[in-house]
Design a protein around this ligand. Structure first.
Ligand code: ADP
Length: 482
């Protein structure tokens, strides 16, 4: 084995170029973390990871720093598609941007039109694979993420006879299983992909990008150990659980990391007061500031509960609303920051209308307010129905805001009952009330509460931890253990 393993990392979005969701955090951080792993941590191996992204029209990169590196075409029925590839360097890492008609004609990164998205991400996936022949740099591993890039793995596996690509090993990270890309029969045949003839996948799944990516991958990585187990069950497996059961030996759950430089209460300029784990009393100023800007009663003793995130069924907002209504006779304040599902947004407004003195529903995206909430609130609520990894609970712990979460997926793996937060078992209000009551009981014991806050603040959520786990998988792929 050579001392360097070359990896081509494919994603639909990545910080700092473009961010829609959590995938951008992962794709912006993990490749760089892998590149900077110290030799001692990798058994003397260096990882030359390079990122491939679509050149979305909204991408944040100066055109002047983009250099053309390749031009070629890929097969599409009715006329080949031209591909233009540009390169920029991010902290020493080559980043390749793919452009072509299916991408430049799309107005947004993801649209509500699944057929449009399938066309453009199929184009992107196949162009990224073809790029390997034009780079003068030979990857040994392709690392795909979610359905948008899954077909690169399928095209590779179904065309194994190709001598340039035949030796490539593949890894597929699953950030969100339910988003599979939809029925792609049309686009698969338009781009000349061979239909899958293998009944190990259910028939409906044989034309959907994500299941085809799973089928093709040598290694599968769900984004937390618990989620990796959960998707083997009917409740979380979205119909793929029987197939995933047959692949259990190829699956390893790895938690995402956190950008610990950006998310640091010691340096965060959005806070009224910055603080460390040893300066917890200073945090009270952030709580007061938050109460003031939201026109809530300024009171350090009343527990301030918050939620920040997409307003979606997945996140269990309705469970929180019901739990809080049942706890109306207790003292608390609640602030929600988020936007999304209109029905749930209205339910949040109703809760505020019914409890105007202590509920604030802030329906917008507001990064600065979010930071002040992490740095000033007492408890962070996440009653998610499912949570592959979750980032917000890690940020909350880093900012001394104690998470009260449902014991599922990455929440179960990152929050520890009574030590760094509180967990409840069921995605329903009664179970959440029990968790909240335990948290509220601890809250009135300042010594105990500060101990929990400090435990959370001192946890290591850095990307280098996750990168080391990915490094083990890359190495095992190269030595043929997968
Ligand atoms: P998901 O990726 O499923 O949306 P995560 O918990 O992994 O959920 O990440 C959510 C991230 O987005 C957190 O960093 C959270 O602070 C941020 N976020 C989501 N909605 C908002 C909002 N309305 N205002 C500010 N930050 C938000």
């Amino acid at each position: 084995m050579s001392n360097t393993i070359n990896i081509l990392f494919l994603a639909a979005e990545a910080e700092p170029f473009i961010k829609i969701g959590g995938l951008a955090d992962v794709a912006g951080s993990l490749p760089l973390a892998l590149r900077s792993l110290p030799y001692q941590a990798t058994g003397g191996i260096k990882f030359d990871v390079r990122l491939v992204l679509p050149l979305h029209s909204a991408i944040r990169v100066e055109t002047a720093t983009l250099h053309p590196v390749a031009e070629f075409s890929i097969y599409r029925r009715g006329g080949n598609e031209e591909v233009h590839v540009f390169e920029t360097i991010l902290d020493g890492m080559p980043v390749y941007f793919i452009n072509g008609d299916p991408l430049s004609s799309a107005p947004s990164v993801y649209s509500l039109n699944q057929a449009l998205d399938r066309e453009k991400y199929t184009f992107f996936s196949l162009a990224a694979l073809e790029l390997i022949r034009h780079l003068g740099w030979q990857p040994e591993i392709i690392h795909a993420n979610d359905w948008h890039t899954a077909l690169a793995l399928y095209a590779l596996r179904s065309g194994r006879s190709d001598p340039v690509l035949a030796h490539l090993r593949t890894i597929f990270t699953v950030h969100n299983l339910p988003f599979m890309g939809g029925d792609g029969s049309d686009v698969l045949s338009a781009y000349g992909l061979i239909p899958l003839n293998d009944d190990s996948l259910p028939e409906w799944a044989r034309t959907q990008p994500l299941p085809l990516g799973l089928w093709s991958a040598d290694a599968i990585v769900p984004v937390s150990p618990t989620y990796a187990r959960e998707i083997l069950t009917p409740d979380f497996g979205c119909g793929l659980n029987p197939y995933l059961g047959t692949r259990a030996n190829s699956m390893t759950g790895i938690l995402n990391g956190l950008d610990v430089i950006s998310w640091n209460p010691e340096t965060d300029k959005s806070l009224a007061t910055r603080f460390t784990a040893d300066e917890l009393p200073a945090r009270a100023e952030n709580k007061s500031a938050l109460q003031r800007v939201l026109d809530l009663k300024e009171d350090s003793l009343v527990p301030l509960l918050v939620m920040i995130g997409r307003i979606d069924q997945q996140k269990g907002l309705d469970i929180t609303f019901e739990a809080l209504r049942r706890m109306a006779d207790r003292s608390w304040q609640f602030v929600l920051l988020g936007s999304g599902d209109p029905a749930l947004e209205n339910a949040a407004r109703s809760l505020q209308a019914d409890l105007p003195g202590r509920v604030r529903a802030v329906i917008r995206y507001d990064a600065l307010l979010g930071r002040l909430m992490y740095g000033g609130a007492d408890m962070f609520l996440m009653p998610s129905r499912y949570e592959p990894c979750g980032l917000a609970q890690m940020i909350a712990m880093r900012y001394g805001c104690v998470p009260v979460v449902r014991a599922t997926g990455g929440l179960k793996d990152t929050v520890h009952e009574g030590k760094t937060g509180f967990l409840f078992q069921e995605a329903e209000a009664g179970s959440m009330v029990e968790g909240l009551v335990r948290a509220l009981t601890s809250f009135i014991m300042p010594g105990k509460w500060q101990h929990i806050q400090r435990n959370g603040m001192k946890k290591d959520f850095s990307w280098s931890r996750s990168a080391q786990k990915y490094a083990i998988i890359y190495r095992s792929l190269m030595s043929g253990f997968h």
